[in-house]
Design a protein around this ligand. Sequence first.
Ligand SMILES: Nc1ncnc2c1ncn2[C@@H]1O[C@H](COP(=O)(O)OP(=O)(O)OP(=O)(O)O)[C@@H](O)[C@H]1O
Ligand SMILES: [Mg+2]
Length: 415
Amino acid sequence: MGICLSYQIKTETTFYTASSGLDSRNASGNGTETSNSNSKRSSASIPPTPRSEGEILQSSNLRSYTFSELRAATRNFRPDSVVGEGGFGSVFKGWVDEHTLAASKPGTGIVIAVKKLNQEGWQGHREWLAEINYLGQLHHPNLVKLIGYCLEEDHRLLVYEFMPKGSMENHLFRRGSYYQPLSWSLRMKVALGAARGLAFLHNAETKVIYRDFKTSNILLDSDYNAKLSDFGLARDGPTGDQSHVSTRVMGTYGYAAPEYLSTGHLTAKSDVYSFGVVLLEILSGKKAIDKNRPTGEHNLVEWAKPYLTNKRRVFRVLDSRLEGQYLLNRAIKVANLAVQCLSMDPKSRPTMDEVVTALEQLQESKDVAKNDKKGRQVSQQSQSSFALKKSCRSGAEETPGKAKYPRPTPSLLST
Ligand SMILES: Nc1ncnc2c1ncn2[C@@H]1O[C@H](COP(=O)(O)OP(=O)(O)OP(=O)(O)O)[C@@H](O)[C@H]1O
Ligand SMILES: [Mg+2]
């Protein structure tokens, strides 16, 4: 979840202001964020959605848990129940009854993930509330399911369906015996699932801009179906004749669109840019920002862009662990799609619907056999292209266990 570094604690609980145009569902509206100044929303376009914390919690259809219930469900938040850590706090594995959703004896019923806020202050609370506001209302196979929450004294927790394969970030960047490199077809499946999740948000009745699209927020079920999590930074998108919403620049370095960073103008195309960064990470197995790489290669997008559009040099970007698994023409198409998403001009970027269509066409299909011969040629070519690169890699990547690599965390990116 996002962290706003310089955020002042506020006490207000009402998020809807008709004059500023902030959407009523936007629990993360902070009073400094404004809509496009030239446009006004008609009252008819304002959905009858929650306005205050109380209303958000009441109308969410989520289960309200007591702290002691969740303590029981997670074996007292035992350290060995921790499945992950993020900026928001720790995530624990727990159990609830399949029918009543009440906390059950550990090991019985259905598995849940309990996210426990350890961050003090209003920002953490706002993101907690934004998650409930969005995930309490939006349901889609590519969005993680929020089951309930706990608000008790200082305790703020969120209860989700458990995603057995964890985050895409772990699969791409963690090393160790548990995390075998994801195959080309699984990577394409995850890319498509995540794209569908974003497309759904962008097509929602009130368009939602996700604003924190990155590999750690793509969770995977047992079949590697991708589900987006973490709506703490999400915002309602522009409506009517608005071209954008103006916001404080929040997000994660390496993923935020350049025009959003420089102007604070947020559009659905900002998410498309972030999708391009993630697609590049998926293709390359490299993190968006990595200061451990040689000079000139720290920023993946800057380094990779010239290679992506060059048929002969695209191999330099593709993950060497994918050798022999892809067809050249497909890899080039995916690389081209990433390039389009990463266009400096947001208008030149495709919509998420277009991305979904392109990725659907690139999933494994019958023309694999047709192109198999060509594919084999590619794999040989790619093996030799990567021989040199491989030998340049250091063994420093062998770091099993908890995530030791530098984690990209969301923050206020400018003031
Ligand atoms: N529903 C879930 N099921 C299984 N594991 C989960 C679930 N939600 C989160 N996790 C695990 O916990 C980790 C931490 O999640 P969290 O969303 O708190 O932080 P993050 O996304 O990694 O980082 P950030 O704070 O930047 O969003 C995830 O990377 C994932 O491995
Ligand atoms: Mg997250």
